[in-house]
Design a protein around this ligand. Structure first.
Ligand code: AMP
Length: 111
């Protein structure tokens, strides 16, 4: 079981900033920016590579929640959404999630 499933099940704590029937959003435990929130589906989808056609609307919903969370956090001058995928993509937790990063000027390209 992934650490994110444990958060979904309430087995380990997280600072949840948004939740609905399809997803939850909570603060990253090791923030890489002043605001660093993870938006995750309740459905256990390991990565982008595991997405099915039936997940199309869910993915759209996750991005609308990412936008809403960014507004809620006051990120009016911009922010970054990131989905790491697989080992070379830097993915550590095999439960699909959108990082919402902001509160400082972010550099490009990523490392
Ligand atoms: P990724 O490398 O894209 O899989 O991102 C996983 C993220 O989950 C990292 O930024 C971690 O800091 C974060 N993380 C791991 N465990 C927890 C936890 N218990 N609560 C909140 N965030 C976590």
């Amino acid at each position: 079981m992934t650490v994110f499933k444990k958060i979904l099940d309430g087995e380990i704590p997280a600072e949840i900033v948004f939740e609905d029937d399809q997803c939850i959003a909570f603060r990253d435990i090791a923030p890489k920016a002043p605001v660093h929130i993870l938006v995750i589906p309740r459905k256990e989808i390991p990565s982008i590579d595991d997405l099915q056609t039936e997940d199309e609307a869910l993915m759209g919903h996750l991005f609308l929640v990412a936008k809403q969370v960014a507004a809620q956090e006051g990120l009016s001058s911009g922010y970054r959404t990131v989905i790491n995928n697989g080992p070379d993509g830097g993915q550590e937790v095999p439960h699909l999630h959108i990082h919402v990063l902001g509160g400082r000027s972010l550099t490009w390209p990523p490392g």
